[in-house]
Design a protein. Sequence first.
Length: 71
Amino acid sequence: MRNSVRVERAIHQLTQEELASKVDVTRQTIHALETGKYVPSTVLALKIAAVFGKPLEAIFQLEPTDWDTTR
């Protein structure tokens, strides 16, 4: 899953720590999200989208490999 968390965070002038605090996770979780090492829960994804004032689909996008059910 692709995401634009890093870009949105920069636009909103938030540090990883500040965003983490707003959505009640650790800074390490935000870092893992931004580097593609972690796929957020639905609740976390919705919280992040709400912080940025954008629809979920504007922040998180499925990739073709996300549809591969054999993995």
